[in-house]
Design a protein around this ligand. Sequence first.
Ligand code: FE2
Ligand code: FE2
Length: 138
Amino acid sequence: MSGPALKHTDSHSAIHEAALHEAAELTELLDRLVKDEHYDKALEVAFVVVEHWENRTLRHADSEEEGLYKELVEATPDLKESIIELTRDHNLLRLLVKEIRTMLNEDGISDEVVQRFQALILVDQLHNQAEEKILPHH
Ligand SMILES: [Fe+2]
Ligand SMILES: [Fe+2]
């Protein structure tokens, strides 16, 4: 996903909203399953949530770094520092997702996994706010 949809604040923030909303709903469902001790179902849902992060938010991040971020720095060199910070946020998201995958593969579902998913949502929310600030407004 790149091109015009990412360049405009409205369509770009709609993409953020949709992905985060879905992640929040799935994480809430997961939390409820773990609290109710439905561990088999919880593990299945946990893999769905981790795939959601990989396929939506991490792919979105990859495409931003390949296209949008480069274009923004070319058009406005002053944005360089902000782009470095935003890329660092992406790396944090990538690290958390990778960690969750390892935890699931090695130890299955746990409260810590749920906490990592909740941390992902918070980091992504802060990242999106910072990113939306530097997008061109039309
Ligand atoms: Fe981003
Ligand atoms: Fe974005």
